[in-house]
Design a protein around this ligand. Sequence first.
Ligand SMILES: [Fe+2]
Ligand SMILES: [Fe+2]
Length: 290
Amino acid sequence: MANDKLAKVVKAIESSDLGSIKVILSGLVKLANDPMANIKDLQNIIKLDPPLAGKILSVANSAYYATQRRFNNIEQAVIWIGLEAVKEIALSQFACDIFTMNSKKHRIRSRLSLWRHSLVVAILAKLIYRRELGKPGGNAFTAGIIHDIGLIFEDQHLNGDFVTVLEEMDEYDGSIVDIEQKVLGFDHAGLAMTIANRWDFPSDIAFALAGHHGPDSTPSNFRMLTNVIFLCDNVSHDMGFGFYELSQEQVNENIKNSLELLQIDEHSLDLLSEDVNFELDNMLKNFSPF
Ligand SMILES: [Fe+2]
Ligand SMILES: [Fe+2]
């Protein structure tokens, strides 16, 4: 690996608590990517994580899925709320665990905004695929929820440098990736792609993580997911769910260009944003990590 610091941090991630969750995350990503996945496959992964099974039962019994009956059995709960929804719950719970892992008090505020930001990007990406692009977009939610995971890795393993990056962001009008490149010699997008490749994630997810701040260098056959995550990242800032300040002018321009590229009209995006707020409220009721 060209950059010594990058090599060190990758090694640190893989031998830490974050590395130990690789099995569950890789399993969920593979499953979300597999149209032939069935309830049994999902149950096998859920079994690896007992708190997740509890979460699925509580969601199945929540007001959102209101029913006369109560579920005590994970198999029935999975059938009731559906495979897709269970995959999303599993990924959200997983991300929630990572986003709160070893979170020190002073970091909680920024972790909370990063968690909300990632959920908004994931929900919007899923809705864009299904409603605007007419595709199942099996990896859209997954890529959305982990697109900024590189920031968590940096916070966890390079905290001093990460705090410097955030302070410089407050002080100067620069893009986060430029400041990371200056302070660290790499950025969270590149770091996430390195980990995604080492953990055998599907290529479109790895490229989307790498290109979510600049999709132009993504190979054309993987460009759609990257473009969608780039758009959603900007829309989430526009909706007030950004992780840091961005120039509104730049956000507007990125949204306009992405909509043109994906052939989505502005009005449809407004309607989707309303649905995102609704889904987000439900998600936050079920996941209260902080
Ligand atoms: Fe990012
Ligand atoms: Fe982001």
